[in-house]
Design a binder for this molecule. Sequence first.
Ligand SMILES: CC(C)(COP(=O)(O)OP(=O)(O)OC[C@H]1O[C@@H](n2cnc3c(N)ncnc32)[C@H](O)[C@@H]1OP(=O)(O)O)[C@@H](O)C(=O)NCCC(=O)NCCS
Length: 255
Amino acid sequence: MPVIREEDLISGFRDLGLKNGDIVLVHSSLKSFGYVEGGADTVIDALLKSVGDEGTVMVPTLTGKPTDSKENPPVFDVRHTPCWTGRIPETFRLRKEAIRSLHPTHSVAAIGAKKIILTEGHENSKSPCDENSPYYKNALLKGYIMLIGVVQESNTSIHSCEEIAGVPYHLQKEITEAYVIGYKGERIIVRNRLHDWNKPPTDFNKLDRIFYEKGIMRIGKIGNSIIRLIEADKMFEITVELLRKDNYFLVKKLE
Ligand SMILES: CC(C)(COP(=O)(O)OP(=O)(O)OC[C@H]1O[C@@H](n2cnc3c(N)ncnc32)[C@H](O)[C@@H]1OP(=O)(O)O)[C@@H](O)C(=O)NCCC(=O)NCCS
């Protein structure tokens, strides 16, 4: 099993094109690398060093679950609710300099120069990944999406494209009043059309080849981990256009 150190990660991220001042939203599998000396903290430090003090790193700290609905509204405490998106995001959100957005199911944690602008106002979203969300703002600010040892199925920003394009299958029909507990213990009601866990099966991986062939995604390897770095603004342009032409482009066709 390869042993990966911080310097291997930094040179790998830089080879992919990550540079000082960049914004990057990272979806990850820690064990995909092999063995990382220092674990999740080493990966986080390497990402922060790769973008420098002017840059910003974000991770999805998702908490939604299939029972979330108008009848069973989610309760989210920004300080204490753990995420299910892996060891790297869970370690990241607990860093004292991290800010986590106030969304009951699709929060994001950010560290760096643009952490406030990216995370603020997520509680005003009408759906998890709409124009007020960090996913969309990442595209507006010409950030990147990085997939570390995971595939497009983990790319939450594709849900954002579905919401922007207005596909009819992705959100619950009803509006849920969810409870968010903020950093000072204050209670906020967030009204949202939540993710529909009973939606038809989708195939986000069919976008992988399109992103690569359009030249908006680079692929590299660090240890055993395949890393993808995608230009978020162009990914949104391409994906929203495909979804506007065909709302069901990403829905798996019945055999
Ligand atoms: C589910 C998922 C997190 C699992 O990945 P993973 O690598 O198995 O799990 P984590 O990233 O949480 O890391 C923990 C694993 O790393 C291993 N690990 C611990 N220390 C380690 C180290 N120093 N070096 C390498 N691996 C280590 C742990 O043993 C654990 O593996 P195990 O469960 O087999 O014991 C990943 O596949 C995934 O889907 N990530 C993206 C999630 C996401 O963003 N989803 C958005 C949905 S829209």
